[in-house]
Design a protein around this ligand. Structure first.
Ligand code: 13P
Length: 248
């Protein structure tokens, strides 16, 4: 059985006070029927971790270095994240791929470093609008996944985030997302040592309280990776309720 998971990717947002307030509100959610996770910026991680200690809300990094500790100015490595209480780390987010040059190989290296440090990677995959329009969605996603399968030994989480749906208010339809999720499951079974039906696959891209129900009612969607709506505790917790109600 795949348990529902809703993760908030806070990206580069908020003052320390904003983030503490948001964390305190989310920390009040005492749910066992859905895994709830937040990914604050690195500078806020310690404070967020302190507020969440003693709760069952999980902590994730938004990225990690492909290198181990050393002279890499500005980088944050996986063991630093695990030292701060993170259990998961997002790698390959499309914003990293688009603005910071993270290609498939680097994303796979990051996922491997995370795995070595005992963190579960959340590997983001997804196509641009141009790739979708030219019928290359599945091909692009399979290439993104293939690179990671070569490097990773254990189970990891996949987040399907169509680039054109991120921060645009234009979510994929439930049917579009389901088609890709189903494909990812099949591809994983055939082309990796993992059993696709055990993999948790999240959908991300303009998930809001008013479209969460229809997305989460799809059989291969196991939860969401939430950007904008995760910065509002009420919206985020509503999305968590939808996941608990419709998945599992
Ligand atoms: P939005 O929910 O703001 O579209 O962002 C999705 C996302 O990028 C989560 O990682």
């Amino acid at each position: 059985m795949r348990k529902a998971l809703v993760a908030g990717n806070w990206k580069m947002n908020g003052t320390i006070n904003d983030v503490k307030e948001l964390t305190s509100k989310i920390g009040l959610a005492e749910r066992t029927d859905v895994d709830i996770m937040v990914a604050p910026s690195f500078v806020h991680m310690h404070s967020v971790g302190e507020i969440l200690s003693g709760t069952n809300i999980l902590l994730a990094g938004q990225d990690c270095s492909e290198f181990d500790q050393g002279a890499f100015t500005g980088e944050t490595c996986a063991d630093m994240l695990s030292d701060l209480g993170c259990t998961h780390v997002i790698v390959g987010h499309s914003e990293r791929r688009q603005f910071f040059g993270d290609d498939n190989k680097r994303v796979a290296n990051k996922a491997r470093k995370a795995e070595i440090e005992g963190l579960c990677p959340i590997v983001c995959v997804g196509e641009t609008l141009e790739e979708r329009d030219s019928g290359r969605t599945i091909e692009v996603i399979e290439r993104q996944l293939c690179a990671v399968f070569k490097m990773i030994q254990n189970k990891f989480i996949i987040a399907y985030e169509p680039v054109w749906a991120i921060g645009t208010g234009k979510s994929a339809t439930p049917e579009m997302a389901q088609e890709v999720h189903q494909n990812i499951r099949q591809y994983s079974t055939v082309h990796s040592h993992l059993n696709g039906s055990d993999l948790r696959i999240l959908y991300g891209g303009s998930v809001k309280p008013d479209n969460a129900d229809e997305l989460f009612s799809m059989p291969d969607i196991d939860g969401g990776l939430i950007g904008g709506a995760s910065l509002d505790s009420e919206s985020f917790l509503k999305i968590c309720c939808s996941a608990a109600k419709l998945i599992n």
